[in-house]
Design a protein around this ligand. Structure first.
Ligand code: AGP
Length: 612
């Protein structure tokens, strides 16, 4: 996905848009560009590389003007390069556009435009769109708002666009479908961005644009219409986001800050939802659909990446406590395989960003087949919470690091609450057991705090693993999704190939990989599968494997068998993922730092994948 920022008002637009792009860089950072308009006309500066490279490139150039649009790119069509960077211009250079999304029928449109004599400077779908707008603008002899509206009727795909006209510098045209867009409402100024982070330091008043809406924005005027030309009343909301949540607060990287925020984020996620003394769980979204959830046949969890791992934890917990069958599906597979879904199914869609294209498509498909959709999301006002029937926010706060950490433990916390709420509703867990579980859950933030104290030891161990070329993560029960998550963290920020595996599966193949070059991380905490995991450790050691074990504090038995040991506080097996994941997050973080990797913005990745 990409980040877009637009500004029109009384300030110098360059610093507003440039800083806005830096706040959005976690959405994509292959290349960046800004177009500004001032009395001398339109200036466009764009470069492959990070926003800081664009800033250096434009250092001594004319960056004046009160209106600008900017873009930071995660490449879909066309390699990351100067020429493929946004903004893109019309054939005559008069119009400029920035775009987050994909124009699926761009090739057909391009052919027709080429036939009409248009010439293109890039390989992007976005450039085709601005040429189409230009064609309509000229032929229909209409205003820019109408030209954009008519052009969008001819495209298929997803977009969040902002268009500017160098000959009419007092207006911006913005539109969205399938990609997010927020409008910040200031005094004599407006801000347009992919999310609220570039806006929050200037105004708390925002409008979340809906799909198929188009906006005409001037310094002191805003008109929003649907693509069918029906005027909409803007719904202005007040942002909960605070500026300080977007800063590193003294940490070297956002990822480390977010790892350390987990005692607070899990506490925020629990707040107002558990009453241990009463043995009661209170999840608003579940209450709304209590009638529906009481007699459901099945729960299907759809998600991607880390959120899919959280879904696996949810499967174990919901089946364990609420005795409801659960299936966990990769959203990208689920959406295309024509699954059997009935109105007796509930789909839980998990997404930190609330913008993941595959997850959104899976939701729409399940809705069409009659399922009830429950969303578990972190970003307030994102697209997914707006298309689900009910849901629960994870309240982890903005997660800037591309590698998800606090969002994962917050997702697992919400799924734990869902499992316990359903169990409470169905009576599958008695009140005394519920009281016991909720009392322990209430203390998990303190136990996470305890687990973070191993950071120095983990950094020392990371020195031993940093040059590894491969790594295996093993776990059983709820330790298995933790193993998958640990492997994903390591591979996505250190670029070391890593695999998570059920520990018992080793003997069915992966054990062939074991030698003295292969580090194996094992979740070996005291729980129902402890003895069996010990056998798996012995199988690895018998083949000279190097073992790092995550153990329950005070465990001396495993410590004697393995090469490295990291202790976590004891806890009910159900809450193991909330604790065992912490050392794995720190391990991947320190290894990546020691390898000189860009921890917050790993190569080839983006924070949320809003394309298919
Ligand atoms: C996890 O560290 C990755 N950033 C990625 O797998 C992510 O979890 C996945 O893209 C899903 O994103 P979402 O939760 O925003 O839908």
């Amino acid at each position: 996905m990409c980040g877009i920022v637009g500004y029109i008002g009384y300030r110098e637009a360059w610093p507003v848009v440039l800083k806005g792009l830096k706040r959005l860089e976690y959405r994509g950072y292959d290349s960046a560009g800004i177009a500004l308009i001032n009395k001398s006309g339109m200036n466009i500066y764009k470069k492959a590389g990070k926003v800081s490279e664009l800033e250096a490139f434009a250092e001594n150039k004319d960056r004046s003007g009160p209106v600008a649009i900017g873009h930071t790119r995660w490449a879909t069509h066309g390699a990351p390069s100067d020429r493929n960077s946004h903004p893109h211009t019309s054939n005559d250079g008069r119009l400029a556009i920035i775009h987050n999304g994909i124009i699926e029928n761009y090739a057909t449109l391009k052919e027709e435009l080429l036939r009409r004599g248009h010439q293109f400077n890039s390989d992007t779908d976005t450039e085709v769109l601005i040429h189409l707008i230009e064609e309509i603008y000229k032929n229909e002899k209409t205003d820019l708002l109408e030209a954009v509206r008519l052009a969008l009727h001819e495209v298929s795909g997803a977009y969040a666009i902002v268009v500017m006209d160098s000959q009419q510098p007092d207006q911006l045209i913005a539109a969205r479908k399938g990609s997010p867009m927020v409008i910040g409402v200031g005094q004599g100024e407006y801000f347009i961005a992919s999310d609220a982070t570039p806006i929050v330091e200037y105004t708390k008043n925002v409008i979340y644009m809906n799909d198929n809406e188009i906006a005409y924005v001037k310094r002191d005027e805003l008109l929003i219409k649907r693509l069918d030309n029906v005027i909409q009343t803007p719904y202005v909301q007040e942002l909960e986001l605070k500026l300080e949540m977007l800063e590193k607060s003294g940490y070297e990287h956002f990822m480390l800050k977010e790892i350390y925020e987990q005692p607070r984020s899990v506490r925020d996620c629990l707040r107002g939802r558990i009453y241990p003394n009463e043995g009661r769980v209170q999840l608003g979204g579940i209450n709304e659909y209590a009638h529906k959830l009481k007699n459901i046949d099945r729960i299907i969890i759809v998600a991607c990446g880390t959120s899919w791992h959280a879904g696996l934890v949810g499967e174990y917990l919901i089946e364990e406590f609420a005795r409801i069958p659960v299936e966990v599906e990769y959203a990208s597979e689920f959406r295309y395989r024509n699954p059997i879904i009935t109105e007796k199914d509930v789909v839980i869609a998990i997404s930190q960003s609330g913008e993941t294209a595959d997850t959104m498509a899976a939701i729409e498909m399940a809705k069409e087949k009659g399922a009830t959709i429950f969303g578990v999301c972190n970003v307030v006002g994102a697209s997914i919470p707006r298309i689900t029937h009910a849901g629960a926010y994870t309240h982890a706060g903005p997660e800037i690091g591309v590698a998800s950490t606090k969002a994962f433990t917050a997702q697992v916390t919400v799924l734990t609450l869902i499992a316990l709420h359903l169990a409470q509703q169905k009576g599958t867990v008695g009140s005394s057991k519920l009281t016991e579980l909720l009392t322990e859950l209430d203390h998990i933030p303190e136990k996470i705090e305890q687990a973070l104290k191993s950071d120095t030891l983990i950094r020392e161990i990371s020195e031993k693993f940093k040059d590894s070329r491969n790594c295996l993560f093993l776990g059983r029960g709820t330790g298995f999704p933790v193993a998958l998550e640990g492997a994903l963290k390591l591979k996505e920020i250190s670029y070391i190939h890593a695999e998570g595996y059920p520990a018992a599966e080793m003997k069915h193949g992966p054990i062939a990989l074991i030698d003295e070059e292969m580090p194996v991380v094992v979740i070996a905490t005291k729980n129902s599968s402890y003895e069996k995991v010990i056998s798996n450790i012995q199988e690895v050691k018998a083949r000279k494997g190097i073992v790092l074990a995550i153990v329950t504090e005070g465990d001396t038995e495993v410590r004697r068998m393995v090469d490295y040991c990291i202790e976590i506080p004891d806890a009910n097996e159900a809450f193991l993922p909330l604790l065992a994941t912490i050392p794995l997050q720190l391990l991947s973080y320190h290894i990546a730092v020691l390898r000189g990797c860009n921890v917050d913005q790993p190569r080839n990745l983006a924070k949320s994948v809003t394309v298919e």
